[in-house]
Write a protein that binds this ligand. Structure first.
Ligand code: FCB
Length: 442
């Protein structure tokens, strides 16, 4: 059985959500985002669902934060919607939007919860998407302006800030694979987005430092790349996949360069003078966050670079079809500290699973999630024992929510949400977390 005592006293336990996935974007004067138009385009999102209502956290945030506090979490990782704060992406802020985040942060502090903010968790204002979004080399400037607005209003009360959630998803998944907004499948767009996302990150860090803010970090996502077979071709494809997914952003942030295996394909498409941007990209960080869910089995194909296929694997899978592979978490915690970050504090900023949870007689049994969390938290504790400077762990997610292109069907929450009535019901896993963090309840 997992025990709180397996972790250091000052270890931070948190849970995570994001703005578009829970708030209800139709509320409070938020501007349109590229997720609204992406979702309204047939074929992109299951049942063309969007975040207009989501969990209505915009009105129910106090009750939701009560659930964070009652479970004994130390921190809550949330995000600020750029389009809620700046409906046109730039210019005059939406007072109502800023007031909402002000109330939200104060409500955390009142409950003794540390506000762990992410500035950008994917809902790009449509006005900026219309100008090319992440492909546009003005993005760092625009994003810096947004960071400035947030810093002025909330900077005195945020416990931690990461500018951008998961650069790989923002750039590669959305501009090369086309699975997320803006749904492009274009190598040049992807190359530019990958670079601009890092320059934007560094710009926002500098803006926040100039405001005297501390505890600033970056949050990247990782998938454990394993060769699907023993051929040298599969090994080479796995190395390429790993370089694009797991090494590119860390390399930019911590080594002032991009991996050769990625430059092989992307260099001709990077913006001119990209080599000169590392001074901005490398703005010093106080921590690195790792989001980890699964592994991928990689094979080679005869197509153009990167010539990788994702193949089926043998491990038990979650509702997402993702293999449950705690080995990958161990791998990334150890390898990241060893190869990139040294003594820099690390956090697991997302980990969790989707499960087809059913509400029965007012309760939700989700032993699968408890098992998943136990296995991964156990690996986190082992990594600490082996010397990895891991300082905290955040469960994705507090609530069942809008799982992007997969709509509301995939349930990641420790708290069940009925999307008709919006009733919240803590699942067995929430009760289990509470027992872990604050002891047995009567
Ligand atoms: C991560 C995202 C988060 C959620 C989980 C399942 O990539 O950061 O918004 O969708 O996956």
């Amino acid at each position: 059985m997992l025990k709180r005592s397996q972790f250091p006293e000052d270890f931070i336990f948190g849970t995570a959500t994001s703005a578009y996935q829970i708030e209800g974007h139709a509320q409070g004067g938020a501007g349109p985002t590229h997720w609204d138009s992406f979702a309204a385009t047939p074929g992109n999102v299951v049942r063309a669902e969007d975040g207009a209502r989501a969990c209505d956290h915009y009105h129910r945030y106090e009750a939701d934060l009560d659930l964070v506090a009652a479970a004994g979490f130390d921190a809550y990782r949330f995000s600020t919607s750029w389009a809620r704060v700046l409906p046109e992406g730039r210019g005059t802020p939406n007072g109502e939007g800023l007031d909402f985040y002000d109330r939200l942060v104060d409500a955390m502090l009142e409950r003794g919860i540390k506000p762990a903010a992410t500035l950008y968790h994917w809902e790009l204002p449509q006005a900026l998407a219309d100008q090319g979004g992440w492909r546009n080399s003005d993005m760092p400037k625009w994003f810096g302006e947004f960071a400035d607005v947030i810093a002025r209003r909330l900077g005195d009360r945020l416990w931690s800030v990461a500018p951008i959630n998961e650069p790989w998803c923002v750039a590669w998944l959305s501009h090369f694979m086309g699975h997320h907004a803006p749904g492009l499948r274009d190598i040049r767009a992807a190359a530019r987005a990958m670079h601009h996302v890092l320059v934007s990150h560094g710009t926002a860090i500098s803006v926040m430092r100039d405001h005297g803010m501390t505890n600033l970090g970056a949050v990247c996502n990782f998938e454990y790349a394993l060769p699907a077979n023993t051929t040298p071709e599969a090994a080479a494809a796995t190395a390429r996949y790993d370089a694009i997914y797991n090494q590119f952003f860390l390399s930019g942030l911590f080594r002032e360069t991009y991996p050769e295996l990625v430059l092989e394909g992307l260099e001709p498409h990077l913006p001119k003078g990209w080599q000169d941007d590392f001074a901005t990209i490398q703005a010093p960080l106080d921590w690195l966050g790792l989001n980890y869910y699964t592994c991928k089995r990689i094979g080679a194909n005869d197509g153009p670079w990167p010539a990788c296929d994702e193949l089926d694997g043998p491990l038990p899978k979650t509702q997402m079809g993702w293999e449950i592979c705690p080995d990958g978490l161990s791998h990334f915690l150890t390898a990241t500290a060893r190869d990139y970050t040294g003594d820099l504090p690390l956090y697991v900023t997302e980990n969790g699973m989707a499960n087809p949870d059913v509400l029965r007689d007012g309760a939700v049994e989700d032993p699968e999630r408890i098992d998943y969390l136990t296995q991964h938290m156990d690996r986190a504790a082992t990594a600490i024992a082996e010397g990895v400077p891991l300082k905290g762990y955040f469960v994705w997610s507090l609530l069942d929510n809008y799982e992007w292109a997969l709509g509301y069907e995939k349930r990641f929450g420790m708290v069940h949400v009925d999307f008709e009535t919006l009733t919240r019901t803590p699942k067995q896993s929430w009760h289990w977390m509470r027992n872990l963090l604050v002891g047995a309840q009567t």
